[in-house]
Design a protein around this ligand. Structure first.
Ligand SMILES: [Zn+2]
Length: 157
């Protein structure tokens, strides 16, 4: 069962127009440190305010370009909002096999142009083309220390 495979929520990612401005509300009303660092990722051309709230990692994601992943998402819907939930799984191949056996279709990762399990900075990820209540599903098998070392070696980090 896929539900038995999901260990926890790895993160929730929100599409926002301005990561710094979006962070303000969390700082004002929910106690998130106002000096939370806004990370800039040159590869994916995104700015992300990243923090922990209630034991869950939040990512407030702003595209640096008008045709970026999060800009387009906002333009299509006309508002900011919850872009995807990333679920941590023990075994991404087993989770995908189960999901596909039940009719799931793989969605291409817009950043990497790959469908199905592939390496990202924190683990192996895959996206489903089957939104849950309008929210995109991302699955992640978080790297072991050894897998992380291998990924960083390949990337030259
Ligand atoms: Zn990717």
């Amino acid at each position: 069962m896929l539900s038995e495979n999901v260990k926890s929520i790895k993160h929730m990612a929100f599409a926002v127009r301005d990561a710094k401005a979006a962070l303000t509300t969390y700082a004002q009303f929910l106690g998130v440190p106002p000096d939370t660092v806004i990370h800039e990722y040159p590869m994916s051309r995104t700015r992300v305010a990243l923090f922990d709230l209630g034991g869950i990692e939040y990512q407030l994601c702003e595209s640096m370009d008008a045709d970026g992943r999060f800009s387009e998402w906002i333009r299509e819907r006309g508002h900011e909002g919850l872009h995807h939930i990333c679920y941590a799984v023990d075994d991404i191949d087993a989770a995908l096999e189960h999901a596909q056996a039940n009719g799931a279709i793989l969605r291409m990762c817009k950043a990497c142009r790959v469908a199905g399990s592939h390496p990202h900075p924190e683990g192996f990820v895959a996206f489903l083309d089957n939104d849950a209540g309008g929210i995109e599903i991302e699955l992640m098998q978080v790297y072991s220390a050894e897998e992380l070392r291998q990924y960083q070696e390949v990337q030259g980090i």
